[in-house]
Design a protein around this ligand. Structure first.
Ligand code: ATP
Ligand code: MN
Length: 462
């Protein structure tokens, strides 16, 4: 059975084809009915023309072809007379595979994304959500293609971790202990985790970085691409509790090399989508975010702006009155600051480097100034941060000293410190939130709408 995409790419010469799909709409004329059929293989519908005089499609069958029904249609593929499509199928037979009814929620009218989120199990049958799903798939492929072409090995870092040291965000605990029983007992000494499944406290990973570093210090270039979990109570359009993260880790690589790879990576994905997802991108360009294609093209063409954190603060200070949070040296950049830099000052992606060490993680390489670290974030218009990365501290003494300052226990990190004890090398990496990149590329407004079943605070439906 050919997909509608394959059928629509044939030249229509009256050949007999069989098409399957779901009815988007049906229009009944006096002698002719038109059915728009879609199977999700592409954005376009196949127009099915039913001649009511034709005995092989009964009025009874036609009556069952309402929005949402699934059909198998056999007929002749001919050039279309009406506008809007090249080819249409003149139905000889229609088999209703699955009936529908008037209660099907996606009747022909505009539905808000908020409403569609409540029927997430059906929303992929709309143009927008099917297009997002196809782009997400193409981008996944492009992610692997980029890394595989550049000598990176795909490493599967653990989802469940008993490291207390990932530190990138609030963690979800994983336990088989019976919480009800525990709640009823009075525990003077706290919970005995030796009785738990792993014999100690375990959680879902917030980042695969530390494990990726161990493999980078063996295979040189590795990446992870998998689900990541953060129990952060942030109800924004950019945060999920479960999201997919891409994390390359590169040995023999300083911050400069890291930035080069990150920029080349983003450009590769943008280019791939522009070249391979034309129909869907035109849809986003006209229906979701006007001009997004041209914006992405320009991003691919131009080098990313690079500034230090200190320079960023200087830019922001000039517009200090326009911010809710005053930009002072030492503060973390807020989304409003990131948007100002990318939208007002530079009008494109910006790489900000050398952040104050106090607002960054313990493992980042310390600069000689004693104040900043070799961190880099990539910020983009509309979203702010999409990448966070750094050169890692490769010096055992400096790393241990920084851990002491932060009150981290050396014994909790002994395996991580081994990388600096035995054959340490300069190495770097970054993390990119896959859904943020999808938002950037599609122009969709809310991160809940670029993953099939979003998990956020107080929401794990479907
Ligand atoms: P933010 O400040 O935006 O919350 P972060 O600094 O906490 O992000 P990192 O720990 O640097 O994030 O994670 C690396 C990347 O993962 C981020 O640049 C972002 O693209 C993505 N990311 C982080 N948290 C989330 C989340 N809750 N949902 C979706 N993507 C996320
Ligand atoms: Mn970050």
């Amino acid at each position: 059975m050919d997909s509608l995409k394959a059928i629509l790419s044939q030249s229509p010469e009256g050949q007999t084809v069989t098409a399957c799909g779901w009815v988007r709409t049906k229009r009944d004329g006096k002698n002719i009915s038109f059915i728009a059929l879609n199977d999700g293989s592409c954005l376009s519908n196949l127009q099915v023309v039913v001649d009511k005089e034709n005995d092989s499609v009964s009025n009874e069958t036609l009556a069952r072809c309402g929005t949402g029904a699934s059909l198998q249609v056999t007929g002749k593929l001919v050039a279309s007379e009406g506008g809007g499509q090249n080819a249409e199928i003149h139905a000889d037979t229609i088999t209703v595979l699955g009936d529908t009814s008037e209660t099907f929620p996606l009747q022909k009218k505009h539905h808000s994304v908020e409403f569609l989120r409540e029927i997430a199990h059906l929303r992929a049958r709309t143009n927008t959500f099917a297009a997002v799903a196809r782009i997400r798939s193409a981008m996944s492929y492009a992610v692997h293609t980029f890394f595989q072409q550049n000598g990176f090995f795909y490493v599967h870092t653990p989802i469940i971790t008993a490291n207390d040291c990932e530190g990138a965000g609030q963690m979800f605990q994983v336990t088989t202990l019976d919480l009800d029983t525990i709640a009823r007992k009075e525990l003077k000494d706290g919970i005995d985790y030796t009785q738990d499944f792993f014999g100690k406290k375990a959680s879902l990973t917030v980042s695969g970085q530390l494990s990726a570093e161990t493999y980078a210090c063996a295979l040189s270039r590795v990446y992870t691409f998998g689900p990541t979990f953060r129990a952060e109570n942030s109800n924004t359009t950019r945060h999920l509790a479960e999201f997919w993260m891409i994390e390359p880790e590169i040995a023999f690589c300083t911050l400069e090399g890291n930035m080069e790879i990150a920029e080349a990576f983003i450009k590769f994905i943008l280019k791939y989508v522009l070249e391979n997802c034309k129909e869907d991108m035109e849809f986003f360009d006209t229906r979701i975010q006007k001009g997004v294609i041209e914006t992405l093209r320009q991003v691919v063409e131009k080098p990313f702006v690079r500034i230090t954190y200190t320079e960023a603060i200087e830019h922001l200070a000039k517009a200090a009155d326009s911010f809710e949070f005053k930009p002072v040296w030492g503060c973390d950049l807020q989304t409003e600051h990131e948007k100002y830099l990318t939208e007002t000052v530079f009008n494109g992606p910006v790489i900000v480097t050398d952040y104050p060490k106090e607002i960054k993680a313990f493992y980042m390489k310390q600069n000689d100034d004693g104040k900043t670290v070799r961190a880099m974030d990539i910020l983009v218009p509309r979203l702010g941060e999409i990448i966070g990365g750094s050169e890692r501290e490769a010096d055992y003494g400096k790393l241990v000293a920084r851990m002491k300052e932060l009150g981290l226990k050396e014994e909790d990190y002994s395996w991580y410190l081994d990388l600096r004890r035995f054959g340490t090398v300069p190495h770097s990496g970054f993390g990119l939130g896959f859904e943020r990149l999808i938002l950037y590329i599609t122009g969709m407004a809310n991160i809940r709408d670029v993953i099939p079943y979003p998990r956020t605070v107080k929401n794990a439906e479907f």
